[in-house]
Design a protein around this ligand. Structure first.
Ligand SMILES: [Mg+2]
Length: 294
């Protein structure tokens, strides 16, 4: 599969999405809101991104969620989104959710004995790999364990990655997820796509807008419906998303455009008819997102 020249969503497409009634706006964090950095602890959201999402969350009929591989506590700390915010935080690829999702909620902190034993086995296996390849780093989560290979020599990183992926074959009940320079072993069979679909179903939301940059975000893009949802891949790589922006520096401009469309649509009664012509938006131009000074 070769990369097709996908374009950013146009203003008309954002306007049509905004008029669909109750909607979900969701995004990944690393590589989308925050530039990828060598030290994950120093990742920070780009100026204006959290502000735009918070403004969207304050609009009637707009649910906002962040879906990250980070654990919930770290995601909260890095974004500054506290418990009073209406923004839903989904951590550990869906194993931790900051709100109660009825029957769809997955209990990241309450592992069964079997899950606990699987987590211990996966943890021991990754620690053994890290002893052999000291440039790797092990991260511990409530329902998973992660091997990081960012910054490593390419061959060494591949060896570490293959060894980590093999753990899921050896330890029963362990699910492996490969991302950019990470392998996550989880004892819960979760995904960002399943978590966001559960949120949308719980709140009866009619359309989803999603931004993501990594292979784990494909679990969301593959659930989106052409014609009503909007998926935007950030950066290079094969994707099931219908749109793309070149990099995370394009994201603040895109979020501003979406905020504008949602705000405008909510000045009037929400309309389901996506074909309604909006003369004020009658321009074909895609929302290009130059690295404007922000
Ligand atoms: Mg990411």
């Amino acid at each position: 599969m070769t990369a097709t020249p996908l374009r950013p969503p146009s203003r008309e497409e954002l306007g049509a999405f905004a008029r669909r009634g109750d909607v979900l706006v969701a995004s990944d964090f690393d590589g989308v809101l925050a530039p990828i950095v060598l030290d994950p602890a120093s990742a920070r959201p780009q100026p204006g991104t959290i502000e735009a999402l918070s403004a969207m969350a304050a609009l009637p009929g707009v649910s906002v969620a962040l879906a990250s591989g980070r654990d919930l506590a770290t995601l909260r700390a890095l974004t500054g989104i506290d418990e009073s915010s209406p923004i839903v935080l989904i951590g550990s690829h869906g194993a931790e959710i900051s709100t109660t999702l009825g029957s769809a909620a997955s209990g990241g902190s309450a592992l069964s004995d079997v899950e606990r034993a699987a987590l211990d086995g996966a943890t021991h296996a990754l620690e053994t790999i890290a002893e052999r390849l000291p440039a790797t780093r092990v991260e511990y989560k409530p329902a998973g364990v992660v091997l990081h290979t960012r910054g490593m020599d390419e061959d060494e990183a591949e060896r570490a990655t293959c060894a980590a992926l093999a753990v899921s074959q050896d330890v029963p009940g362990v699910h492996a997820m490969r991302g950019k320079a990470v392998v996550e072993l989880s004892v819960l069979d979760v995904s960002k796509g399943a978590a966001l679909a559960a949120l949308a179903a719980e709140r009866n939301l009619r359309a989803t807008f999603y931004l993501g940059d990594d292979v784990t975000d494909e679990t969301v893009f593959t659930t989106l419906r052409a014609g009503s949802d909007i998926g935007v891949k950030v950066g290079d790589g094969d994707t099931a998303a219908a749109h793309r922006v070149p990099g995370c520096t394009d994201v603040p401009t895109l979020l501003d455009a979406l905020l504008g469309a949602l705000t405008k649509a909510r000045r009037y009664a929400p309309r389901d008819d996506a074909d309604v012509r909006d003369d004020a938006d009658a321009g074909e131009g895609a929302v290009s997102a130059p690295e404007a000074g922000r």
